[in-house]
Design a protein around this ligand. Sequence first.
Ligand code: AVJ
Length: 359
Amino acid sequence: MAVACSPLSMTEAHLDSVLSEVASAESPVTGNDSNSALREIVRDGLMRKPKQLPPWLFYDQTGSQLFEEITRLPEYYLTRIERTLFHAYAAEMIAAAGEGKRLRVIELGAGSADKTRTLLAAALERQATVHYLPVDVSASALEVACSRLEGELPAVRTVPVVADYTRDWTLPPMQAAESEDRQLLLWIGSSIGNFEPQEAESLLKRIHAVMQPGDGLLLGVDLAPCPGGKCVGELLAAYDDESGVTAQFNMNLLVRLNRELGADFDTGSFAHWVEWNESASRMEMHLESLRDQWVHFPSVAGAQDLEVHFAAGERLHTENSYKYTLETIATLMDRAGFPVCERWTDDGEWFAVLLGRKN
Ligand code: AVJ
């Protein structure tokens, strides 16, 4: 598999920062530094066999809106179940993480609205104020998340951390008055699923390095199908919904490449394709070429143009979403130095939130 030797998602956030500029550029095909970064990634991915592009490319403005829409689909149970778990157990989660001490809350990603709010509100039941540090490459996403939260919960003190959490990152040190406090790091929404398990492990180890003994890691993970749990059909439906929003989300990648790189993908000649890869325990999304065709990327700023051939039936791999079992995720957390001390799941065990503690 191409993915084994090529950690595409590892560069996600780094290039995201580069690409957020691309997305806002007036004329993306005039060629600037950020644009050539995108060109390089796309060229590299389309030269692979099989062709593969990293999933973070989905998230231009339209893609982010489409993902929001996905989270409201009846088939997309992930967000709904995780939210239910936070609503039901936030107080328990906060109590377990704090062990009687004050908490400061860190989140990888710029805050997932009501889920984060629920946890912070639970923290405020036990302490007068709470510091909240979202870590994200996008300063604008951080600004939105922080001002929204401060508006809703004035006792939350937000400290945005502009950093790429897939690379080297650190946190502002705790003040002297906080020296007895505990930290709780949130990595929720099954974001871990987009990373190769190896990458996920190094990421967890990086988290471990920036935290102190006793600090907690709260991880939200989508669980693999199993007898008595969700079936493969229900998983497939979550990534191939009736109303076609996920198909549009997938296809938007090509629309983006047309707009930002001047490519000439004919979106009508590609189809949304999803597959449950049992042996790798992951959902895969692809775009399948419906005919034999060539796609052209024009020459920009001295760089060569590019002709890419797609055979009929050939697929461009656009996303992996790894699914763990309660055992495999516990093993992963263990290896990273965060043994699981508590976990919360829905009755059907479709989704899990796990608390690990650095010892
Ligand atoms: C945001 C990575 C958790 O993998 O379920 C949703 C993205 N892809 N539908 C996921 C996604 C297709 C989502 N994550």
